[in-house]
Write a protein that binds this ligand. Sequence first.
Ligand code: CS2
Ligand code: MG
Length: 411
Amino acid sequence: MRIDAVEVIVTSPGRNFVTVRIITDSGIVGLGDATVNGRELAVVSYLEDHVGPILRGRDASRIEEIWHYLYRGAYWRRGPVTMAAISAIDMALWDIKAKVADMPLYQLLGGRVREGALAYAHAFGTSTEELIAAIQAKLDDGFQAVRIQSAVPGLDGVYGVPHGKSKDNNGAVEDYEPAHRSAKPIEETWNSAAYLRHVPTVFAAVREHFGFDLPLLHDAHHRLTPNEAAILGRSLEPYDLFWLEDVTPVEQQHNLRRVRSMTTTPLAIGEVFNSIHDCYHLVTEQLIDYLRVPPTHGGGITGVRKLMDFAALHQVKSGFHGPTDISPVGMAASVHLDVALHNFGIQEYMQHADVTFEVFSSDVTFANGQLNPGETPGLGVDIDTAAAREFPYEPAYLPVARLQDGTIHDW
Ligand code: CS2
Ligand code: MG
């Protein structure tokens, strides 16, 4: 079976997505997610100008070889753009192979090891009362684990909470999409000290209201120094978090040694990683409990399966990134891995806007707090290419954060 064409579809039903369609000479088509939030067009060019032309005519069944052909053959290795392109090609080739085998993809990964993948929702509020209502709304929707993010007194915009309002015009809780459609990034002001003072009071109020059986997660979003991260982790220990995410940027992986030595709060990191080399020491030294690298960024099914099998040696579990900038195609790839990996931890499930499913279809299901892949051969997803053309790309950028004195800070 030969690769006849590699199509790259950019569409924006609710937010920008980049999707790869590999068309084989047998007519079987595979899909892959290549979305990098805020840098989508860089991946489009990498795929259209440097990947598609060298894949045409190659044997679509040779997934492992093509992975190395694109990784080692590029000479310039790793990075979010390169690896998103490789991830999408890999995902599409696995989609094709499972269609040829007439099986849902998870069967080719060794079959189920669980009946469903525990999912966590996003809940946010500009006040603790609003946050508590938002958590209850997610529990009413069937979720059994919730990530909570709160506004911080004195700051007008904080990661995880929509600017200025958290309800849409119909009073429904607005989905938080951090990438704002604008020609330039919006800017937010940050103050770590105010944040460190406020977050423990939020968890105290939420635990007071919901008790301790509800798994609660929180995302610090790369903003703290290692010492501040240790302070936060320690201050949250009384509230028994499922995990505290991205406590500090980890270009220097050994920075986590200090955090790990000072707090027992479980740590999750990795949504911005794309290679084992981003987290080798985090895993081998057990500096984290959950690894977040999803198939969309970590080299597809091939890359993430290897990564998670390596992580299993060190008792590190998965917690794949699952915001709306992971497309329904990428989410399906994650969920097939979720049910087949022994060292699964939890799956982020932010839920795409309804309009997204005017373009994409997926047989992934959510029930009783768990996600499941369908039984359709392949990934169980499709894209309506005609509908995709109705939603043209619009520039959208993640915010830039500044400290109150104007210094650029990690967003
Ligand atoms: C966040 C993301 O879901 C998360 O854990 O870190 O919302 C992240 O901000 C976006 O995916 C960035 O594109
Ligand atoms: Mg995150």
